[in-house]
Design a protein around this ligand. Structure first.
Ligand code: EPZ
Length: 430
């Protein structure tokens, strides 16, 4: 078992380079099997565990995966020979369900165990299924455990999503690029990783238009080919460093970012009193006083991202005054507030609303990472707090932040990964 130990209270200073976007990579990697060829992917966050599981899954279905350098991989999908993926491969991450769309596109058939992933409330897949069925697939879910989708002929069709869903938009795009005729996804997600996936698919010869708007039009093609493609920078990792810079009253240049993707985060940080300077591919974020309060409502892109909500709540727990955070995407994304309370934060949660009464300082404490972004919030809280914080369950953080200790360490943070012995449990007694 591992944990992070942080001695807080040091302002972060210096430069840090953001990795490729996890949520883009998780869509692009399974998409590569649509080419039946070799794809080279650059700027891949290879060492995060979610990406690792996706690469293992590719191998499991017969693809070749070669590490070219620390952030470049080559996927050879000429010999993919299976449309079946078992629970062992899917249980760790949500994005494993992108193989349903990709395998449907490749073979007209997929049998994939239900995905795992962070618990943020119920995560139904009805919109994915609705999309596959609109394209002509017969879809069944066995014992709520395995999704089987079979299509004699995938046929393009209009699909209206009942709610904006990143996952459903991705999955329908993956199947539709190989369907006969035109698919129109209405009320599509507009996140940067949707645009990145569309650009990758088009680089392989697909015909996808309108990604980044709420109507995506896909004209199916018969054949796709290999390509070289570079994944966009991670918007949420960048945002995490931005908030950490402000919460620690530091001054950080964050490189390899697309400032446009960070606008909703920059706006809120400026509202709290931070200085945010934008460059072509970098942002510099600094703060030298206690932050002011601000209210946040999470929304699909271009609104404030739910994946930045826990990190921002840490900052607001140190603000002058009371802030209100409203979570509109997930029904259970405030569990981390119990951990923050152990550090002295004053937060009350009522359903989807959190009322955060800012305190002057947080104090270090033993806490745990309930999920990926909750874990990022614990790191920021530990960096900003006085004293020592120990974070357990960091496997969640390793799912989505590449070299997190090294990166924060390079900014002057006192953060270490330590190995610790598993606590003695009743079963150990034999
Ligand atoms: C993606 O999850 C991200 N994951 C999440 O990031 C992110 O929080 C979320 O989008 C929202 O931005 C990946 O990209 C791998 P959704 P996803 O489908 O696709 C409901 C992180 O920390 N819904 O957009 O699973 C759903 O319950 C992770 O990096 C249905 O009801 O999210 C939710 O309330 C965590 N039926 C809302 O839509 C469906 O069929 C949005 O979910 C699908 C979704």
């Amino acid at each position: 078992m591992e944990k992070f130990v942080i001695n807080g209270g040091i302002p972060l200073r210096g430069e840090v380079t953001v990795s490729g976007a996890k949520n883009a990579a998780l869509a692009v990697i399974p998409a590569a099997i649509l080419s039946q060829d070799i794809c080279r992917l650059e700027n891949v966050p290879v060492s995060i565990s979610d990406v690792n599981y996706m690469m293992k899954t590719l191998k499991y279905i017969g693809a070749g995966v070669k590490l070219i350098d620390k952030n470049t991989i080559e996927i050879d999908s000429r010999h993919v020979n299976s449309y079946v993926i078992s629970h062992d491969m899917t249980k760790y991450l949500r994005a494993s369900y992108y193989f349903i769309g990709a395998l449907l596109g490749r073979f007209g058939r997929a049998r994939v165990a239900m995905p795992g992933g962070c618990y943020l409330g119920p995560r139904p897949i009805d919109q994915h299924i609705k999309g596959f069925e609109a394209l002509g697939a017969k879809v069944s879910v066995e014992d709520n455990a395995i999704v089987e989708a079979v299509a004699e002929n995938l046929t393009g069709s209009p699909v209206y999503l009942d709610m904006v869903s990143v996952g459903a938009t991705v999955n329908i795009m993956l199947a539709a690029v190989k369907a006969e005729g035109l698919t129109v996804i209405e009320n599509a997600a507009k996140e940067p990783h949707i645009v990145d996936l569309a650009n990758f698919l088009n680089s392989m010869g697909a015909d996808v238009r309108g990604a980044g708007t709420d109507v995506i039009k896909i004209r199916g093609v018969e054949n796709m080919h290999g390509c070289t493609y570079s994944i966009i920078p991670d918007q949420i990792e960048a945002g995490t460093f931005m908030v950490a810079a402000v919460a620690s009253k530091g001054d950080v240049l964050i490189k390899n970012v697309i400032p446009k993707h960070l606008e909703s985060i920059s706006t809120k940080l400026i509202e709290c009193g931070a200085t945010v300077e934008e460059f072509d591919e970098a942002v510099r974020v600094s703060m030298d006083s206690r932050p002011g309060k601000c209210n946040i409502k999470t929304m699909p892109h271009p609104g404030f991202p739910t994946d930045m909500q826990p990190q921002m709540a840490v900052l607001l727990s140190l603000a002058k005054g009371t802030s209100i955070v409203s979570e509109s995407i997930w029904s259970n994304r405030f569990r981390y507030t119990e951990q923050l309370a152990r550090m002295g934060a004053d937060i009350s949660v009522d359903g989807q609303l959190a009322v955060i009464r800012g305190v002057e300082a947080l104090k270090g404490a033993p806490v745990k990472a309930d999920d990926l972004r909750a874990g990022a919030a614990m790191i920021i809280a530990g960096l900003a707090a006085n004293g020592r914080t120990e974070i357990e369950d960091i496997l969640h953080i390793d799912r989505g932040y590449e070299n997190v200790v090294e990166k924060f360490g390079s900014l002057g943070a006192d953060i270490r990964r330590v190995y610790c012995v598993e606590p003695f449990s009743a079963t150990d007694a034999g």
